[in-house]
Write a protein that binds this ligand. Sequence first.
Ligand code: SAM
Length: 245
Amino acid sequence: MSRDTNDAVERALQDRRPLHQMFVAVPKRYDLVNRAITLGLDLRWRREASRACLKDSPRRVLDLCCGTGDLAAELSRYAPRETAVIGLDFSRPMLRLAQRKVEALARPVTFVQGDASAMPFPDGCFDGIGISFAFRNLTFRNPLSSRYLAEIRRVLAPGGRLVIVESSRPRSRFVQAAWKTYLNLFVAGVGSMLSGNRSAYHYLAQSAARFYTPEEIHDLLRGSGFQKVTTRRRLFGAVAIHIAS
Ligand SMILES: C[S@@+](CC[C@H](N)C(=O)[O-])C[C@H]1O[C@@H](n2cnc3c(N)ncnc32)[C@H](O)[C@@H]1O
């Protein structure tokens, strides 16, 4: 990685503004890059997360930081008829792509532009909240982390479920080394090449490599008032689905 890219990544890890710029800039080939860097497995993980979100037939379910709406689309496909599906993101270009994606689906999805730290929803509005590949952005080295978690708690009804699908840290040292190599070479390289956005995918590789372990996520969630937290590890622990209520 060049020194300039390294500096940009460090800045994005410290400061939230470049992150916002990055997501406003990133949508070019965003879905294609996701499929390429996960070899299509991201779709399977989101599907599993959406099933977990829908387990207790929620009346209202939120795809938080929905991006181009992949999780919202899964929720919309599998939710009971009476369930309302809502997606929230602060990036208008992402939301535009999301809207286009769900147009062909039978069930409507409502997309709302807003910030996860001050969501335009009443208390206890959702029985289920899903967040795919954005929890890291909200919590890792983020000074607003506790604010985001408190806001998630506020809009989640008592007894509701939070389902997080996110990169994780494999337990085995051998898998950890392979995972870091894959992130630094494949994710950063292919992501930068396909998207044309070098710092976004270097940020992704760097933050994913250093992100919290499942045990640290459990502590974070328990510290914000969630009582029951379980984790399903996927891809030798490189990805995890955390379910909290
Ligand atoms: C890595 S993308 C993940 C998108 C999508 N959930 C997925 O599975 O592909 C992270 C998303 O979080 C959004 N985001 C980051 N911080 C946010 C915030 N504070 N409020 C709302 N959206 C945010 C970005 O705009 C971006 O669309």
